[in-house]
Write a protein that binds this ligand. Structure first.
Ligand SMILES: Nc1ncnc2c1ncn2[C@@H]1O[C@H](COP(=O)(O)OP(=O)(O)O)[C@@H](O)[C@H]1O
Ligand SMILES: O=P(O)(O)OC[C@H](O)CO
Length: 496
């Protein structure tokens, strides 16, 4: 630590853990802390988090990085927040107490409500205004469920006694001691309640879900000083200056700042986002149109494709099949064979996400013979991750008219070199992994640092981005087309 050195504190509140990272001026992580928290599955298809535990774990890791780095809170120029998106919290304004556990983005309990709205002919309206689809993934129907199921909640909401928020709102509310009830435009755009064209909450969509507007946070830009945290949390009143949904933050951290630039994150699921600039492009392939970030008064948009099973397929190889002991072993095992030997894994363990959106589809392992080994299955698993992402990119290129020059990648499974080579082969596009793969936290740090003058401009932060490794396509167009066609046939058979 040089005397007088300043840092940005990034809070990365994810689905399975809360992380805090302290970044220096060169964009390097200088201290990291992470804490997992409980996942609650009260019924099949339901996923909940304890919102208080989320806040406590986030506060603990923030304190822990300051301790580790041995710096005073005054050395932190700003706090930036990136968060798991869509997860829905409802709390009492007077006490700050949640009325129910947070309903997590993966939770499927509102499938019947989505179906009813679709049957009543409302999907086109939701999609045109919010850029999303009628799927339980998004916050709107989760909030409606809470209001329908907690006694007197709707009445209390109308009387202004309750507050709704995604995890960013919840963290800022707590950090600010209940003074700030805000959300940034990227998070708002995941609620199903936000009009991405008018850049405001949408009265018609609120009415369709019977959601009282008194509940809603104020929508703010993604990079500006919103206020300060209470001094007693971290030892100083640090400006809170950046907020974005984690996938949007990762896109910023990957310096995908110009239209056409695209990143794919290979975590539990895979999230591919293409920057489409100031244009909100509607998708003809059931991708999402979403706010990427709002800087000043300018809103940037993205096309997004999400697949539910990415690295989670590798967890299944480990925990479900037991053919590996640790995720890191899959690469060597899959590398021990030249290809999957005709085996295809359709990873519809939790239905299929974009562009298929088939909640009822189920997984399948096809094409096995007496010669099939666990190595072929491991290889088919890596193929399945890359093939799903290839479907997303094909849809994106079609919707946007952009032919991608390179795909920037990050996330836990992006450490797997074989996976990235298979990805480059199947896309016919160069795949590039940066040196700093903590892109989500880095993006949140950049957004906050730009607001307080720690960094000067988006171009300034983009200049920090450095390549670790580049993967070039190594198969012929004919072979690529043949593999993609076979995959399409298998998927169609599985969802028929
Ligand atoms: N070497 C590897 N090859 C393939 N997948 C991996 C490898 N290492 C980790 N993973 C997968 O990456 C995921 C964890 O990545 P991470 O970015 O931490 O996810 P999340 O943020 O969704 O929790 C796990 O699903 C794990 O199975
Ligand atoms: O917490 P992650 O990294 O799994 O991301 C979750 C996404 O934001 C859900 O939309």
């Amino acid at each position: 630590m040089t005397p007088g050195e300043q840092f940005i504190l990034a809070l990365d509140q994810g689905t399975t853990s809360s992380r805090a990272i302290l970044f220096d001026h060169a964009g390097n992580p200088r201290a990291v802390a992470q804490r997992e928290f409980a996942q609650h599955f009260p019924q099949p298809g339901w996923v909940e988090h304890d919102a208080e535990e989320i806040w406590q774990s986030q506060l603990d890791v923030a304190r822990s990085v300051l301790q580790q780095a041995n710096i005073e809170a005054h050395a932190v120029a700003a706090i930036g927040i990136a968060n798991q998106r869509e997860t829905t919290v409802l709390w009492e304004r007077a006490t700050g107490r949640p009325l129910y556990r947070a309903i997590v983005w993966q939770d499927r309990r509102t499938a019947p409500l989505c179906e009813a709205l679709r049957a009543a002919g409302h999907e086109a309206e939701f999609s045109a205004r919010s850029g999303l689809l009628l799927d339980p993934y998004f916050s709107g129907t989760k909030l409606a469920w809470l209001l329908d199921n907690i006694p007197d909640a709707r009445g209390r909401a109308r009387r202004g006694e309750l507050a709704f928020g995604t995890i960013d709102s919840w963290l800022v509310w707590n950090l600010s001691g209940g003074r700030l009830h805000i959300t940034d435009a990227s998070n708002a755009s995941r609620t199903l309640l936000y009009n991405i064209h008018a850049n405001d909450w949408d009265d018609e969509l609120l009415a369709l879900l019977d959601i009282p507007p008194e509940l809603l946070p104020r929508v703010v830009a993604s990079s500006t000083v919103y206020g300060e945290c209470d001094a007693h949390w971290l030892g100083a009143a640090i400006p809170i200056a950046g907020i974005a949904g984690d996938q949007q933050a990762a896109t910023f951290g990957q310096a995908c700042l110009a239209p056409g630039m695209t990143k794919n994150t290979y975590g539990t699921g895979c999230f591919m986002l293409m920057n489409t600039g100031q244009q909100a492009i509607p998708s003809a392939h059931r991708l999402l149109t979403t706010v990427l970030w709002k800087l000043g008064t300018e809103t940037s948009y993205a096309l997004e494709g999400s697949v539910f099973m990415g690295g989670a397929i590798i967890q299944w190889l480990r925990d479900g099949l037991g053919i590996i002991q640790a995720a890191g072993e899959v690469e060597a095992l899959a590398m021990s064979v030249a290809d999957s030997g005709g085996v295809t894994l359709i990873p519809a363990f939790a239905g299929l996400g974009a562009p298929w959106w088939k909640p009822d589809a189920r997984a399948a392992l096809t094409g096995m013979t007496r010669g099939t080994t666990r190595a072929h299955i491991a290889r088919a698993a890596l193929d399945a991750i890359a093939l799903q992402s290839a479907d997303l990119l094909a849809a994106m290129e079609n919707d946007s008219g952009v032919r991608l020059a390179e795909l920037r990648v990050d996330g836990g499974a992006a450490h797997n070199n074989l996976l990235l080579q298979i990805q480059a082969d199947l896309l016919g596009v160069t795949v590039v992994r940066p040196r700093v793969t903590e892109t989500t936290a880095l993006g949140a740090a950049y957004l906050a640092g730009l607001a307080v003058g720690f960094w000067q401009s988006p171009e300034d932060v983009a200049s920090h981005w450095q390549i670790d490794r580049r993967f070039e396509p190594s198969i012929s167009d004919t072979e690529r087309r043949a593999r993609l066609t076979r995959w399409q046939q298998e998927i169609k058979r599985a969802i028929a």
